[in-house]
Design a protein around this ligand. Structure first.
Ligand SMILES: CC(C)(COP(=O)(O)OP(=O)(O)OC[C@H]1O[C@@H](n2cnc3c(N)ncnc32)[C@H](O)[C@@H]1OP(=O)(O)O)[C@@H](O)C(=O)NCCC(=O)NCCS
Length: 169
């Protein structure tokens, strides 16, 4: 399988925040944003693998800024690292300032997707070659995040999490 770049999986979804998607403070519901991020990330994982993909875990979400009713929200997802059958997808969320048109980073998240065949069995995905400094930074940290996610899910013994242990040495 030919290696790909993160940019080849880049997926950008822009949409408004409507009244039915807000909480009593008139800000976007966290769950609605999670769903938008999941959709964009699954398309990115599918573009990278050209396979059926399923969400294996939500590794990290930071709701740093609330997103007011009427905002124009852009969700940008890219595969940051591909392992054997799983892919880490990094999602950045931006809000447009109505008057200046400038985009401000509001939130970010990291999801893990697994490529599967028609019976739901995991299958291999192409490698990824990061290009920019940010892509390289995210690629390098992804193995640590994968090990942390597996430890928290009870699928990896803390003693076997070599990347995590190296952090404290
Ligand atoms: C995700 C799923 C395919 C993994 O199946 P599994 O039997 O655990 O398969 P494996 O142990 O071979 O793991 C497959 C890959 O997923 C990774 N993985 C599994 N759980 C993970 C977790 N919690 N965090 C990070 N990676 C995880 C494994 O490390 C492995 O990666 P690799 O092949 O790149 O090294 C399976 O659990 C599943 O189908 N879950 C339901 C998915 C779904 O329906 N999502 C939507 C929820 S509504």
């Amino acid at each position: 399988m030919k290696a790909k770049t993160p940019n080849a999986s880049k997926t950008v979804m822009t949409d408004l925040v409507l009244p039915s998607e807000t909480n009593p403070l008139n800000n976007l519901f966290g769950g609605e944003l999670l769903a938008r991020m999941d959709r964009a990330a699954s398309i990115a994982a599918r573009r990278h693998s050209r396979r059926i993909v399923v969400t294996a875990s939500v590794n990290h979400v930071a709701f740093n800024r609330s997103v007011p009713l009427g905002s124009v929200v852009t969700v940008e997802a890219k595969v940051s690292r591909a392992f054997k059958t799983s892919m880490e997808v990094y999602i950045d969320v931006w809000i447009d300032d109505r008057e200046s048109g400038i985009k401000t980073k509001a939130n970010e998240a990291i999801y893990t997707f697994v490529a599967v065949d028609e019976t739901g069995r995991p299958v291999s995905v192409p490698e990824i070659v990061p290009e920019t400094d940010l892509e390289k930074e995210r690629f390098d940290a992804a193995l640590r995040r994968k090990q942390l996610s597996l430890v928290l899910a009870g699928k990896l013994k803390p003693n076997d999490a070599t990347e995590l242990k190296a952090l404290f040495e």
